[in-house]
Design a protein around this ligand. Structure first.
Ligand code: ADP
Ligand code: MG
Length: 587
C-alpha cells in the first residue's frame, strides 16, 4: 500500500479556505475588496449572528455575467490580470483568485449579479464548494454576495471563533478600514437589523475626506485629538491622522494602517509609529489612520494568506520614513500640524511636560545605537554641549537623595539632579546590549521559577520566540496551555512576578513574528522592556553607590536619556541659582 495519498478536492479546498478564511471578518474583507475592485460607488453590508449566520455584501459595481459568475467560484479565477500591466504588481496586490473559492468551500454561498449589456441578471448558489442552482435574476446593477452558515462544514474551525462581541468588532473594523481608505464610496453596515455605520460617499479632496471619515469612525473625542502628518522620501509617501501626544488612549483599538490603501496589520508600521512618539507615549496608545504609498514592487501582500500582513523590500527605509514623519510633524511643526478642522481640536499641547521635550527636541538622527525603543529611529539629543555641565570630566560631590528618587550632586559650581531610576535604566540597558552583542549574556537560573499567565494567543507568540529569548538570556518554559515559566534570566535583571508577566505580555504584543523583525530592533525592544520591568535598588544612599552609578552613566552612549527617552538628569548652574536669589550672575 502506498502511504502517500492524493487528498480529495473537497479536503484540499477546505484546507485552502482555512488559510484564507480565518473568521467572518476575513470573508467580509474579501467581499468588500472585490466590490471596490469592481468600481463600486456604494457598498451595503448586512450581517447576522456576528457573521456566522449571514454576511451579505451588495455593490453597484461593474457586475458579472453568467460565465463570469461560474468562473468566479473556481480556484485561481481572477479577472484582474488585464487591469494591471504586469503579473508582479498583480501578485503584490494579492489578487490570487482564491477568495470566493475559499468562502464557497466553507459556507452556503449565493452570488447574484448583472453586467450591463447582458440579457438578464444571474444568480448561482451552492454550498461547501458544490453548485446547486443557477437561475436568471433581475437586472439590478451590480453584485450581491451572500455567505450564510459560515463554517457549517468545518466544525473545528467554528469552535475557534471568539465571542460574538469579538467577531462583531472585527467585522466593524473591517468596514471602518475600507471606509477610511475609500472615501469616495458610500458604506452602510447593518448588524442584526441595527444600522451601525452609514457613511455617504464624499466628494471632497483627500484631506477633507479623510477627516470626515475619521470623524465618523473614531468618534468625536478621539477625532478631536488627531493631528495631520505627512512626509515623503524617494519612492515612498506617508500621510494620515495620528493622535496628538496629549490625546493618547488606553488601547490600540483605534489604529488603522494601510499600504497603497489596502488595510494591513504590520508590526513594522506600528513600531515605526510608536517610535515617532518616542518618550511621549508613556505607556499609552495613539489612534491612527496611517497611509503608506509605495511602488507596487516595493512590498508583497502575499506572504500572508489573508493578505493582511505585508513584507516590505526595504524595511529600514520605511521604518525611518514613518517614524521621522510622525516625529517631525508632532514635535517640530506642532503648531501647524494640530490645526485640524474642529476648533477645539486646534488647541496646543497643554501637557505640562511638553515644553521641556520641545527644548530637548533635535532633528532625528538616523543612528540606532542609542537606546531607542524600536531601533533605527529618531533620537532626542541632549541640549547643546555649551549648556551642559561638565559633570563627565569633573569630580562630583554627592549631596544626598531626594524623595527616594533623585540623587543630588554638586557639579561644576551648580546642582546636578539625577533621576536615579532613569540613570539605572540607561546603564542596565547598555550593559545588557553590550553583553548581548558579544554573545555573552550572563545568565542566572532562578531557584523558584516565575510564572506568567497569558492569553492563548500571547502564549503562542511566546513559544515562537522561545529560542530567540534563550539567546537573549531568558529561559522560558510552558506549563499548561497558558502559563509561561521563567527559569533563568540575565543576571543584570530582577523581576517581580507581576513585572515578569507584564514583560512577557508586552513582548508578545510588540514583537510579532520572530523571523520578520531586524535583530537590532528585537534586541532594543527586549532590553528596553527588561530594564523597565526589572526591579531597581530603591534607596541606595551610600555615596560610593551614587558615585559608581554616575561613573557607569558617564560611560554610556547617551547619558542624558533613559532607554525610553526620558531625561536622566538636569543641571542648575551656579548662575541659575544666583538669579533665583536675585544676586545677579556675577555672584
Ligand atoms: P480576486 O479578487 O483575487 O480576483 P476573488 O476570488 O476574490 O479573486 O474573485 C474572483 C473574481 O470574481 C474576481 O477577479 C472578479 O472578476 C469577480 N468578482 C468577485 N466579486 C465581484 C464583484 N463584487 N463584482 C464584480 N466582479 C466580482
Ligand atoms: Mg478578491
Amino acid at each position: 500500500m502506498p502511504e502517500i495519498k492524493v487528498l480529495p478536492e473537497d479536503v484540499v479546498s477546505k484546507i485552502a479556505a482555512g488559510e484564507v478564511i480565518e473568521r467572518p471578518a476575513s470573508v467580509l474583507k474579501e467581499l468588500i475588496e472585490n466590490s471596490l475592485d469592481a468600481g463600486a460607488g456604494r457598498v451595503d453590508i448586512e450581517i447576522q449572528k456576528a457573521g456566522r449566520g449571514l454576511i451579505r455584501v451588495h455593490d453597484d459595481g461593474r457586475g458579472m455575467d453568467r460565465e463570469d459568475l461560474r468562473l468566479a467560484l473556481g480556484r485561481h479565477a481572477t479577472s484582474k490580470l488585464n487591469v494591471f500591466d504586469d503579473l508582479y504588481s498583480l501578485a503584490t496586490f494579492g489578487f490570487r483568485g482564491e477568495a470566493l473559492y475559499s468562502v464557497f468551500a466553507v459556507s452556503r454561498l449565493k452570488l447574484t449579479s448583472f453586467k450591463p449589456g447582458a440579457d438578464s441578471g444571474y444568480s448561482i448558489e451552492g454550498e461547501g464548494g458544490r453548485v446547486i442552482a443557477e437561475l436568471p435574476a433581475a437586472p439590478v446593477k451590480g453584485t450581491t454576495i451572500e455567505a450564510a452558515d459560515l463554517f457549517f462544514n468545518t466544525p473545528a474551525r467554528a469552535k475557534f471563533m471568539k465571542s460574538d462581541a469579538a467577531e462583531r468588532s472585527h467585522l466593524i473594523k473591517t468596514v471602518e478600514e475600507a471606509a477610511l481608505a475609500n472615501a469616495g464610496v458610500s458604506f452602510r453596515l447593518v448588524i442584526d437589523g441595527a444600522e451601525i455605520l452609514n457613511l455617504p460617499a464624499l466628494p471632497g479632496g483627500l484631506w477633507e475626506n479623510l477627516k470626515n471619515r475619521a470623524a465618523a469612525i473614531f468618534g468625536k473625542s478621539v477625532y478631536a485629538g488627531l493631528a495631520r502628518v505627512e512626509g515623503k522620501t524617494p519612492g515612498m509617501a506617508v500621510y494620515g491622522l495620528v493622535s496628538r501626544p496629549d490625546a493618547l488612549g488606553a488601547t490600540r483599538a483605534n489604529q488603522h494602517y494601510f499600504v497603497n490603501r489596502r488595510p494591513v496589520s504590520s508590526a513594522l508600521l506600528r513600531q515605526a509609529l510608536y517610535r515617532g512618539y518616542g518618550h511621549m507615549l508613556t505607556g499609552r496608545h495613539p489612534a491612527c489612520a496611517v497611509f503608506v504609498e509605495l511602488d507596487p514592487g516595493a512590498f508583497d501582500a502575499n506572504i500572508h494568506p489573508q493578505k493582511r500582513d505585508v513584507k516590505f523590500s526595504s524595511e529600514n527605509e520605511i521604518f525611518k520614513t514613518v517614524s521621522n514623519t510622525v516625529y517631525e510633524e508632532l514635535l517640530s511643526k506642532q503648531t501647524a500640524s494640530v490645526a485640524m478642522a474642529a476648533p477645539e481640536a486646534g488647541r496646543q499641547f497643554t501637557a505640562p511636560d511638553v515644553p521641556a521635550y520641545r527644548e530637548a527636541a533635535a532633528p532625528p538622527a538616523p543612528a540606532a545605537e542609542t537606546g531607542s525603543l524600536f531601533g533605527a529611529a529618531p533620537q532626542l539629543s541632549p541640549a547643546s554641549a555649551a549648556e551642559q555641565p561638565d559633570w563627565r570630566a569633573r569630580d562630583l560631590a554627592y549631596l544626598g537623595q531626594l524623595a527616594k528618587s533623585y540623587l543630588l550632586f554638586e557639579a561644576d559650581g551648580g546642582l546636578l539632579v539625577v533621576d536615579q531610576h532613569a540613570a539605572q535604566e540607561r546603564v542596565l540597558f547598555e550593559k545588557y546590549l553590550d553583553e548581548f552583542s558579544k554573545g555573552a549574556v550572563k545568565v542566572q537560573p532562578l531557584l523558584v521559577p516565575l510564572e506568567a499567565e497569558l492569553s492563548r494567543s500571547q502564549m503562542e507568540t511566546v513559544l515562537k520566540w522561545r529560542d530567540w529569548m534563550k539567546s537573549a538570556g531568558f529561559e522560558i518554559d510552558q506549563r499548561g496551555p497558558a502559563v509561561a515559566l521563567l527559569r533563568a534570566a540575565p543576571a543584570l535583571f530582577y523581576f517581580s512576578q507581576p513585572a515578569f508577566a507584564e514583560f512577557l505580555g508586552y513582548l508578545s504584543e510588540v514583537l510579532g513574528e520572530p523571523e520578520r523583525a531586524a535583530e537590532d530592533i528585537k534586541r532594543n525592544v527586549i532590553a528596553t522592556m527588561a530594564c523597565k520591568k526589572s526591579i531597581k535598588a530603591h534607596d541606595f544612599v551610600k555615596p560610593q553607590e551614587a558615585l559608581r552609578l554616575m561613573d557607569d552613566l558617564r560611560k554610556t552612549k547617551d547619558s542624558y536619556h533613559c532607554p525610553h527617552g526620558r531625561p536622566t538628569l538636569f543641571h542648575l548652574s551656579g548662575g541659575d541659582i544666583a538669579r533665583r536669589f536675585q544676586r545677579g550672575t556675577a555672584a
